[in-house]
Write a protein that binds this ligand. Structure first.
Ligand SMILES: [Zn+2]
Length: 210
């Protein structure tokens, strides 16, 4: 039964927060905010319940509390991302979601990439699991600062390519303007550089153990 409590609680907390923020601009603002939040919070709450995403344990409850207080903005962004995936016909992946504090979508949102927004991961595989989980943790750590800092990272890296000095052109060849972003900016923005560094260290650790 806990799963339905989590699901309902998630939807109510998201809609309640939106109502409070919307109310700052008066009653019409509150109504619009509630309707907009409900459109993404209800499918998200339903997914939380269906997937049994948060365990009925102290850890599950703590993650749920974190995701609906300090990290609530990330959770609402994840709910929007989930809604867009569901509208696009993408399917939930129950096994890797259950009791893991995350909502996994089978299909990739961007061809060739796994994407994590809040605790919603599209295109999770065993190979990218630790990398994408780190993005979930980064959001939980930085809370409402996370998405603005991610956006700032992209703006700085795109406008000011200091990363070119230490760019690995063998792994990420830059052959045109699109690759400047996908092979240049993308792996060097702070939150991706952190995650790719984790991947490299894990690979090195793995090599040592074999
Ligand atoms: Zn990443």
């Amino acid at each position: 039964m806990a799963r339905w409590g989590y699901g309902l609680g998630s939807a109510l907390l998201q809609v309640g927060a939106a109502a409070l923020v919307g109310a700052l601009s008066g009653l019409p603002g509150a109504v619009v905010a509630v309707l907009a939040a409900a459109a993404v919070a209800l499918p998200y709450g339903w997914a939380v319940a269906r997937l049994d995403a948060y365990a009925d344990t102290g850890r599950g409850l703590a993650l749920f509390a974190l995701d609906h207080t300090w990290s609530l903005v990330n959770t609402i962004a994840g709910a929007l991302f989930l809604a867009l995936n569901l509208v696009g016909g993408h399917r939930l992946d129950p096994a890797p979601s259950r009791h893991r504090g995350r909502i996994v979508v089978r299909e990739q949102a961007l061809p060739g990439y796994a994407t994590t927004v809040g605790n919603v991961i599209a295109g999770l595989t065993p190979g990218n699991e630790a990398h994408e989980d780190l993005h979930v943790r980064q959001g939980r750590l930085l809370g409402p600062l996370y998405l603005p800092l991610v956006a700032l990272g992209y703006v700085l890296c795109a406008a000011c390519p200091l990363w070119l000095r230490r760019h690995d052109h063998t792994v990420w060849p830059i052959t045109g303007p699109i690759r400047y972003f996908t092979h240049g900016v993308y792996p060097h923005v702070w939150h991706e550089a952190w995650a790719y560094r984790r991947d490299r260290l894990a690979r090195r650790e793995g090599d040592r153990n074999h």
